[in-house]
Design a protein around this ligand. Structure first.
Ligand code: SF4
Length: 386
C-alpha cells in the first residue's frame, strides 16, 4: 500500500515532469521503489513520450551482421563470444559478407547493424575492409557499425587516436555507431562484469568524439543482473550529461539481461514489470534524448508492444540474423516481417512509421518494395501528428 509520504513524493516528481523540469538522481531512484505504482510511472513516461514523439511508433527494416564471435575479452554476461579454437568460433570471409549485403538489398533493408568480437588475429584493416567492401557494393545500405568497445580496440591496434580511427572508418563507409558496450558505467558494477574492456571514460569519450566529427550514435544500458537502482540512474545521468554537451545521441535502448549460457546464469532474467519500469524511468530521466527504443529481440514482442505506452516510441526493426541475444537464450523469433511489425505497432494504438538509421522517414516505391527514398526528419512527423 502506498504511503502518504510516497504519494507526496510522487506528486513532486509529477509536477516536475509536467513543468518539463529535469529529474534528479534521487527522483530516479524513488521511481524504482516497487511501492510506487508502475501504472503511474508509465503514465508519466507516456506524457513525455507523446510530447516528444506524438502518437508515432517507429521501426526500420534492417539486418544484423556479426562478422566474428572470436573475442579476446570474457565479459561475464556474454553468451556470444568464442575462443579461437572452439568449434563455435567463426570469422566471415568476403564472400559471406557480400552475400549478407545482397540478401539485405533483396529484402529492402535500409540498415546493416554490424558488431562482433575482438578477434586477436584480425588486424584493424580487416574490420575496416569489410565496411569498405559493403559500402562499395551496396552504397544504399546505411552501415551502423562497431561499438565503442571495438573502436577502443582499434585504437589499441593502430596506436592512433580515436578521432583518426573514426574518420578513417567514416571514409570507408561507416554511417553511424550503435550504442552497445555501455553495460553499466558505475565501477562497482562494471568491474564485476567486464573489467578489461573499454572503461566508462573511454566509452563516453569515443561517443563524444564521434559526435564532434558529426557521426550520430545510439546509447544503451544493460540491466537486470548485479546492478541496483542507484547504478541504473547513475548510468542514465552520465548519458544525459554527455548529451547536454554534444546532442549526438539519437536513441536510448535499455537492454534486458539474458542469463542463459553466460557466467551469470544463476541470475533470473528481469521480469516484464522490471522491463516496463526501466523503459518508463529511462524516458523520464533522459529528457534530452529524442527516442527510446523497445528492442523486441530482448524484451519479447508482447513486452515491446506494451512498452509503446511506457515511454518507448521505437520498436527497432525486422532484424535478420540476430545472434548475440539468441545465444543468450532469447526465445523471440529470428526475424519479424514488415507486416508483423506494422501490425504490432498499430495494435498498440500507435501509427507505424518506417524510419532510416538516422531517423528520416522512408518512402517505399509501391511497385518495388526494395526501392526507397528518404524524406524529412521524423521529428517533423511527430510534431504534425501530436
Ligand atoms: S560482450 Fe563483446 S567484448 Fe565482451 S566478451 Fe562478448 S563479444 Fe567480447
Amino acid at each position: 500500500m502506498i504511503t502518504k509520504e510516497r504519494e507526496a513524493r510522487f506528486r513532486e516528481i509529477r509536477d516536475k515532469v509536467e513543468a518539463e523540469q529535469r529529474l534528479s538522481l534521487d527522483d530516479g531512484i524513488f521511481l524504482y521503489d516497487p511501492e510506487v505504482s508502475l501504472g503511474a510511472v508509465g503514465e508519466l513516461a507516456n506524457l513525455v513520450r507523446e510530447r516528444k514523439n506524438g502518437n508515432v511508433g517507429y521501426f526500420n527494416i534492417n539486418t544484423h551482421l556479426n562478422p566474428t564471435n572470436v573475442c579476446v575479452y570474457r565479459c561475464r554476461f556474454c553468451a556470444f563470444r568464442s575462443d579461437l579454437r572452439d568449434p563455435k568460433g567463426y570469422a566471415m570471409n568476403d564472400e559471406q559478407i557480400l552475400q549478407r549485403g545482397q540478401e539485405a538489398t533483396e529484402n529492402g533493408c535500409t540498415e546493416m547493424h554490424i558488431v562482433g568480437g575482438l578477434h586477436h588475429q584480425k588486424p584493424y584493416e580487416w574490420y575496416r575492409h569489410l565496411i569498405e567492401l559493403l559500402h562499395t557494393h551496396y552504397p544504399q545500405i546505411h552501415l551502423k557499425g562497431w561499438t565503442a568497445v571495438e573502436i577502443n580496440w582499434f585504437e589499441f591496434q593502430t596506436k592512433k587516436s580515436v578521432r583518426w580511427v573514426l574518420e578513417d572508418l567514416r571514409e570507408a563507409g561507416l554511417g553511424s555507431m550503435p550504442g552497445g558496450g555501455a553495460e553499466i558505467f558505475h565501477p562497482e558494477v562494471r568491474d564485476q562484469l567486464c573489467e578489461h574492456k573499454a572503461n566508462t571514460h573511454a566509452w563516453l569519450d569515443i561517443h563524444r568524439t564521434a559526435h564532434q566529427i558529426g557521426l550520430r550514435t545510439n546509447c544503451t544500458m544493460l540491466y537486470g543482473h548485479v546492478e541496483k537502482a542507484y547504478h541504473r540512474i547513475d548510468h542514465l545521468i552520465r548519458l544525459r550529461d554527455l548529451q547536454d554537451e554534444t546532442g549526438g545521441f539519437q536513441v536510448f535502448i535499455p537492454l534486458a539481461f539474458h542469463p542463459e549460457n553466460t557466467k551469470l546464469s544463476e541470475i533470473k532474467k528481469p521480469s516484464g514489470i522490471m522491463d516496463l519500469r526501466t523503459m518508463a524511468i529511462s524516458r523520464l530521466m533522459l529528457d534530452n534524448v529524442q527516442h527510446i527504443k523497445a528492442y523486441w529481440i530482448m524484451l519479447g514482442v508482447e513486452t515491446a508492444q506494451t512498452a509503446l505506452a511506457y515511454g518507448a516510441d521505437d520498436i527497432d526493426g525486422t532484424v535478420r540474423h540476430e545472434l548475440i541475444y539468441h545465444d543468450a537464450g532469447a526465445t523471440t523469433p529470428q526475424c519479424l516481417s514488415v507486416d508483423d511489425i506494422r501490425n504490432l505497432i498499430s495494435e498498440a494504438g500507435r501509427e507505424p512509421v518506417e524510419r532510416d538509421t538516422i531517423y528520416r522517414q522512408v518512402h517505399r516505391d509501391p511497385n518495388d518494395y526494395t526501392k526507397w527514398t528518404t524524406g524529412e526528419s521524423v521529428e517533423q512527423i511527430a510534431i504534425t501528428t501530436s
